[in-house]
Design a protein around this ligand. Structure first.
Ligand code: SF4
Length: 325
């Protein structure tokens, strides 16, 4: 297969067909560098060798009433995670100041739960106002399903971006969650866009979905014109219904990233949760497709740390993107 032609075509403004996208995922391990080179042509055209660092904060952990099978914070999880109620505005804003000190361009505040309570929404709005005053960071919030009025309130307060993942394909979604629907998630993406905020929306590879499901997710995100795409690599959490599933292999994860880049060429594509656990020694190769990472850990699991990320990026010839002041 002439993978370079795929990269050159997408870089020039063309698109892959579904069959071509599937061929990327079906390519052999021997072809991995060719596939990544195609993705890199596109990545470099849009982002050079810059990497956006995002720092996550889990501002309310555990005790969610939903049943997402992969999630250690769900109602059906017995995972031994720390559970705590909503943190104060002061605590969350202090995290933003620290994120800026660590070189992040985005501060991503997440709360567990199906949808935000009134108190949570007010907290997010106050955090947004203070983060704008005290830092140059862009704030991204992940409060769950939103109504039109809630999205408009967040936008008025100055929230830059809202995260709400589709997680997987429309076909496979009911297998991993049946307390809300894929269409509920799409509706939230639409109200966020309508309110004028950016959308961060991605999914998890390795939940048991087929390669066709991964292609469906990549094309669904393209059709929704989301701004940012976190690609998570499935790393089973003890105590969850998917605890016995194997974690995603490194080469499979990298082929997935290449696919998302080739289908969504100009989007902020993130090598997200499970990066260290699943990609292992191949982590730096992810940067040839993705242009952003979560640095400094995830919601309920640690990462390799900001210093190790800095060394990895430098040794692979990439550099953290700078904040626009
Ligand atoms: S809605 Fe969010 S916090 Fe709740 S179980 Fe699903 S992924 Fe976890």
């Amino acid at each position: 297969m002439n993978w370079l032609e795929y990269g050159e075509r997408v870089r020039a403004g063309g698109a892959l067909t579904r069959d071509e996208a599937l061929a990327v995922l079906r390519s052999s391990d021997d072809e991995l560098l060719g596939v990544l080179q195609a993705a890199f042509l596109v990545r470099r055209a849009h982002f050079g060798r810059n990497v956006n660092l995002h720092i996550l904060r889990n501002a309310q952990s555990g005790s969610c009433g939903e049943n997402c099978a992969f999630c250690s914070q769900s109602a059906v999880s017995a995972a031994g995670i720390e559970r705590y109620p909503l943190q104060s505005v002061e605590e969350i804003v202090a995290g933003a100041v620290e994120a800026q000190r660590l070189g992040a361009v985005k501060y991503c505040v997440v709360t567990s739960g199906r949808a935000p309570a009134e108190e949570t929404l007010e907290t997010f709005c106050e955090v947004a106002r203070r983060v704008r005053k005290q830092t140059s960071l862009h704030l991204c919030v992940s409060p769950g399903l939103l109504t039109e009025a809630q999205a408009q309130a967040l936008a008025r307060a100055g929230v830059h971006r809202v995260n709400h993942n589709l997680e997987t394909s429309r076909r496979y979604f009911p297998t991993i969650c049946d307390t809300h629907t894929y269409d509920d998630r799409v509706a939230t993406v639409r109200v966020v866009k309508a309110a004028g905020m950016e959308v961060c929306c991605g999914g998890i590879l390795g939940l048991g979905e087929s390669l066709e499901d991964r292609v469906d997710l990549a094309f669904a995100l393209r059709a929704l014109e989301v701004d940012s795409i976190p690609v998570n690599f499935f790393n089973p959490r003890p105590g969850t219904p998917l605890a016995e599933r194997p974690k995603l292999g490194a080469m499979e994860g990298l082929r997935g990233l290449a696919l998302f880049r080739l289908v969504n060429p100009a989007r902020d594509l993130r090598a997200a949760g499970g990066r260290e656990a699943c990609l292992g020694a191949l982590q730096p190769l992810a940067m040839f497709a993705a242009n952003s990472i979560f640095s400094n850990g995830y919601l309920t699991t640690p990462g390799q740390g900001r210093s190790a990320d800095a060394v990895m990026l430098e040794e692979a010839g990439f550099r953290p993107a700078q904040l626009e002041m």
